[in-house]
Design a binder for this molecule. Structure first.
Ligand SMILES: [Zn+2]
Length: 99
């Protein structure tokens, strides 16, 4: 006998007991698994983000605000890095001058 595939709820991250829950396939082919109606409604009809709800496993440890701040910091750092690389490229080829 082959082992049953372990699936996880697409919204809350809770593992599904084999034989329970439901599988939802969108027209575009993406597959979602849900353990309960609450998760299905939240994801498909209310367009919620799992990381913003305390009852999901995706909720960050420090709270939603702290996590969003961290993401913002990472984005700023990425932009700085991008600007630096662009600057280096600009030094090599100074054809594109600022107007
Ligand atoms: Zn769920």
């Amino acid at each position: 006998m082959s082992p049953v595939e372990q699936r996880v709820c697409s919204f809350c991250g809770q593992p599904l007991e084999p034989g329970t829950g439901m599988m939802f396939i969108k027209k575009d082919g993406s597959v979602y698994y849900f353990d309960r109606q609450r998760c299905q409604t939240s994801l498909l009809y209310q367009h919620r983000l799992g990381r913003r709800f305390k009852w999901t496993k995706h909720y960050p440890r420090g709270g939603a605000k702290a996590a969003e701040e961290e993401i913002r910091k990472q984005q700023v750092a990425a932009e700085i890095a991008k600007a630096e690389t662009a600057e280096k490229a600009g030094k090599k080829a100074p054809a594109k001058a600022k107007r």
